[in-house]
Write a protein that binds this ligand. Sequence first.
Ligand code: SF4
Length: 231
Amino acid sequence: MVRPECSRKSPKTSLLAIYRLLYREYGPQHWWPAETPLEMIIGAILTQSAAWTNVEKAINNLKAGADLSIEGLRSLPHDELARLIYPSGYYNVKARKVNAFVEWLSERYDGDLDRLFVLDTVELRNELLSVHGVGEETADSIILYAAHQPIFVIDAYTRRIITHLGLAPQKDAYAAFQALFMDNLPRDETLFNEYHALLVQHGKAVCRKTPLCTGCCLNRLCPTFTEPSSP
Ligand code: SF4
């Protein structure tokens, strides 16, 4: 049996090959779909445990029913904020998270995202992780897609695809998956932006919980792929 390429090549070569194949298959993904950095951040909070289509409905409600600014969000009573973001699910919890973020930004950075985003990546990440409701994936999404600093975002799609491809780190931890990408790829914001978006697209369209391996653009690299038996 011929061994798939991912098990023969270095992680760096494999990760670049995967990126090129995904880009050829799906093209540019134009992430993050938001008009302003604040809208991006609110979207990153609302997308926790939610499909993006439902987040879009919540964002549209916010735009129609409120001023999507720090002061606009601060002035919304909890119940009204929860009502507007209802489509994204867990609306009471998420309303508290949105409120925690805008209050924190107002008190600590005078409501000015530019003042926050001048921090270096390590400091910025620590700051964001101190906010109620901001975990590693959300913090890294904000750093990459709103602050435009190069950090790799890890999510469930990335873990699944990388594991199927035989590249998973020994330790099943967010930091270990992130190090796999950050230690083996150039620290390039554009590359990290596109790569993460392409992995999400591939995880939704093809490498699902039950993967559609036959038509997968990565199948020649993938040790999980088995040729369908002929009739
Ligand atoms: S071949 Fe199958 S398991 Fe491997 S990456 Fe493609 S869809 Fe996922």
